[in-house]
Design a protein around this ligand. Structure first.
Ligand code: ADP
Ligand code: F6P
Length: 323
């Protein structure tokens, strides 16, 4: 018999398509296994401000296909303080919440660690478009964000081709280049600039454009990760050095919205169920992960200490097929 009676679920940090599917899976699996489930609104803010709702099977009807998160999300400074964490703990006690499932990124998992120290059992589910959670090959939202970027950049390619221009596109990823690198390969970009690899605009972009112009190439696509930034400045430098008319576009938050792809709905459903099953089996303070196509879990501490690196083969492919 599980010592847990009531599970709280919240979404935290940047929203990601598929978070709703994960909430739905947590609620449905929780009820299936005999737990009460409560939804906490606006991330950790909901725990500090006592904004908690009862969830039943029907509270999560018709959300699997929706972007965003029905529980809302937030970044909550107060929760990083001892006073904030104490208030959050007291809200859990008031509602009988013994365990929390937190859908978010690394920062949100640090929040789990903090409240776990007070005795609330926690499970983290990786939800961020950035795909930058070290313990997991995949994070909920990444595939939808990639497909959105893909479609937007296809449109930019049409206009760059018609005008024989260079298009510099900034995609999301404050600290990580996964969206940029994957999009660059899938969109056929001639150069990709990410925080994980040193770059030299002269050698990696300008000289490449000049060489390709000599063999008849007339339009160019450069993808830059948000972590590097300054797409507009880069466009000016490229235009000045190569003579090709260049435009910059920042895709921004458009990548965070939209109906989740089948991959995001599927992985979110599997991860949500797994989170509840871990709690049922008495395993807690863990992060659910996808590893080699299997849903597994890691101790939170271990998960946060892991390092994720860009697969050099992806960079190799991006470089050789981009001529
Ligand atoms: P993500 O979860 O996407 O990485 P953030 O880094 O913004 O997003 O973190 C989300 C929230 O998690 C923060 O607003 C804060 O409430 C909580 N959090 C982040 N770091 C800590 C920490 N060291 N201790 C406690 N809570 C934290
Ligand atoms: O972590 C997801 C992400 O979209 C990053 O790619 C981006 O840098 C950041 O969130 C933007 O955050 P905000 O929603 O605060 O603008």
């Amino acid at each position: 018999m599980s010592e847990i009676k009531t599970i709280g679920v919240l979404t935290s940090g940047g929203d990601a398509p598929g978070m709703n599917a994960a909430v739905r899976a947590v609620v449905r699996a929780g009820i299936y296994y005999g737990f009460k489930v409560k939804g906490i609104m606006h991330g950790y803010n909901g725990l500090i401000q006592d904004n908690v709702i009862d969830m039943d099977l029907r509270s999560v009807s018709n959300i699997i296909q929706r972007g965003g998160t029905m529980l809302f999300t937030a970044r909550c400074k107060e929760f990083t303080t001892e006073e904030g964490q104490q208030k959050a703990y007291e809200t859990c006690v008031k509602h009988g919440i013994d365990a929390l499932v937190v859908i978010g990124g690394d920062g949100s998992f640090k929040g789990c660690q903090a409240i776990a120290k007070k005795g609330i059992k926690c499970i983290g589910i990786p939800g961020t478009i950035d795909n930058d959670i070290s313990c997991s090959d995949y994070t909920i939202g990444f595939d939808t964000a990639l497909n959105t970027s893909l479609q937007m950049i296809d449109r930019l390619r049409d206009t760059a081709r018609s005008h024989e221009r260079c298009s510099v596109v900034e995609v999301m990823g404050r600290h990580a280049g996964y969206i940029a690198l994957n999009t660059a390969i899938a969109n056929g970009a001639m150069a990709v600039i990410i925080p994980e690899r040193e770059f030299d605009i002269q050698k990696d972009v300008i000289e490449k454009i000049i060489e390709s112009q000599k063999i008849g190439k007339k339009n160019f696509l450069v993808v830059v990760a948000e972590g590097i930034g300054d797409a507009a400045g880069m466009a000016k430098i490229i235009q000045y050095a190569t003579g090709i008319e260049t435009r910059a576009t920042i895709l921004g938050h458009v990548q965070r919205g939209g109906s989740p792809t089948s991959r995001d709905r599927l992985i979110a459903s599997l991860m949500g169920c797994k989170a509840v099953e871990l709690l049922k089996d008495g395993e807690y303070n863990r992060v659910v992960a996808l590893k080699e196509y299997k849903i597994v879990s890691y101790d939170i501490e271990e998960a946060l200490a892991m390092k994720k690196t860009i697969d050099p083969y992806f960079l190799h492919v991006a470089d050789i097929v981009s001529i």
